[in-house]
Design a protein around this ligand. Structure first.
Ligand SMILES: C=CC1=C(C)c2cc3[nH]c(cc4nc(cc5[nH]c(cc1n2)c(C)c5CCC(=O)O)C(CCC(=O)O)=C4C)c(C)c3C=C
Ligand code: FE2
Ligand code: FE2
Length: 341
């Protein structure tokens, strides 16, 4: 095609279609400065922290970023992927990209990439790669099943910020929240059933532990809370379980304000006293295992539960690049690309 271009004309790539998996991001290392850089970018996002920047930045840059990177860095070190010397969130996301690219092999024009909202690889760099490779149509796929302004919206915002600067801007679509889709619920059900089959005990209850958020965000209209409860209800219905076999809790509290309740840590501490001594925990707000699941729940939650008298504890991994997880991603992506492929 380029053979007919006049001298000096920029090359014209063959048109392709991009699928950009978007996730939250993670530090480049477990050292103080890597974690500080990441947390500073993350916690400076007004979609995440609603306090006016004039008030918030001195608190963040002064108090929080003096202490938290050390504590978080030590926690990241507990779960760091030694083989790849990288964060599990990035390692698993890369595997999702490779698996999805393979599943879409019947469409060689599709190019799958990933970008992070905070840290590396940035959303802007990923979009530039896609655009340079000739992707004139791009599906932005924030990998958060439940919508929240603190996750889905800010991931899309970041992508749109980058698109604003492009002379040849691709057409874009965004993946809607997929918490209630048949594909998502079926994937969770399969993953849960397979996870339970691998245990040497039958849990009295399964906790569906969702990342929390300040209660004020719910009151301001963020639908995340309701979408979490609906995910669990649909999962119970799909499995034919009594709803009480699944509990909804919220984890990863940050700061002194009231967050969505019931809290996962307090629930785990209280269950043994109520005679519930065997539990399994899954985390359906996370598409990929990360510090919040591998450290906070699988290590910390287990300790809290056992310390309170719990006898059996299992953490069931996220969908990650498992077969049910990639089946789901493939189906969601093919659906969203309809008319383009
Ligand atoms: C006000 C603070 C936070 C809100 C609101 C929030 C929402 C939210 N987050 C996720 C998914 C992830 N969060 C992760 C880490 C993380 N989250 C917060 C704070 C808020 N999250 C902090 C401070 C951190 C950093 C870790 C730490 O210092 O303890 C991650 C994991 C990143 C990793 O590197 O492994 C994910 C994923 C969701 C779904 C969500 C929705 C309400
Ligand atoms: Fe978070
Ligand atoms: Fe609600």
């Amino acid at each position: 095609m380029n053979a007919h271009l006049p001298p000096g004309h920029p090359p014209v790539p063959t048109p392709r279609i991009g699928v950009l998996l978007l996730n939250l991001g993670t530090p480049d290392g477990t050292d103080y400065w890597s974690v500080r850089r990441y947390l500073s970018e993350f916690l400076s996002d007004p979609r995440v922290i609603n306090t006016p920047q004039l008030v918030w930045q001195p608190i963040l840059q002064g108090v929080i970023l003096s202490i938290r990177p050390q504590k978080s860095g030590a926690n990241y070190a507990k779960i760091w992927d030694k083989e790849h010397n990288d964060s599990p969130l990035r390692v698993i996301t890369k595997r999702q990209v490779a698996a999805l690219q393979q599943r879409l092999a019947d469409h060689p024009e599709i190019m799958v990439e990933y970008g992070m909202r905070y840290g590396n690889p940035s959303t802007a760099a990923a979009l530039e790669r896609l655009q340079k490779a000739g992707c004139q149509r791009i599906l932005l796929a924030p990998l958060y099943p439940q919508y929240s302004a603190t996750t889905t919206a800010t991931a899309n915002d970041k992508a749109f910020d980058a698109l604003r600067t492009m002379r040849w801007q691709p057409a874009v679509r965004t993946l809607p929240p997929y918490f209630e889709t048949e594909e998502h619920i079926a994937a969770l059900a399969r993953s849960l059933t397979e996870g339970l089959a691998g245990l040497d005990f039958e849990p009295d209850v399964v906790l569906t532990s969702y990342h929390g958020m300040p209660e004020t965000y719910l009151k301001a209209g963020d639908p995340y809370h309701c979408q979490c409860y609906k995910t669990t209800r649909l999962l119970a219905e799909h499995l034919g379980w009594k709803r009480e076999r699944l509990m909804v809790t919220f984890q990863s509290r940050f700061g002194p304000t009231k967050w969505l309740q019931p809290y996962t840590d307090q629930t785990l501490k209280s269950l043994p006293g109520k005679g519930i001594k065997k539990v399994a925990v899954m985390a359906p707000a996370f598409s990929v295992d990360c510090i919040e699941t591998l450290e906070e729940i699988s290590i910390g939650g287990r300790e809290e539960f056992e310390h309170a008298g719990g006898e059996k504890f299992a953490y069931l991994p996220c969908l990650n690049d498992s077969e049910p997880g990639i089946d789901m991603l493939e189906a969601l992506v093919r659906h969203e690309l309809s008319g383009w492929i």
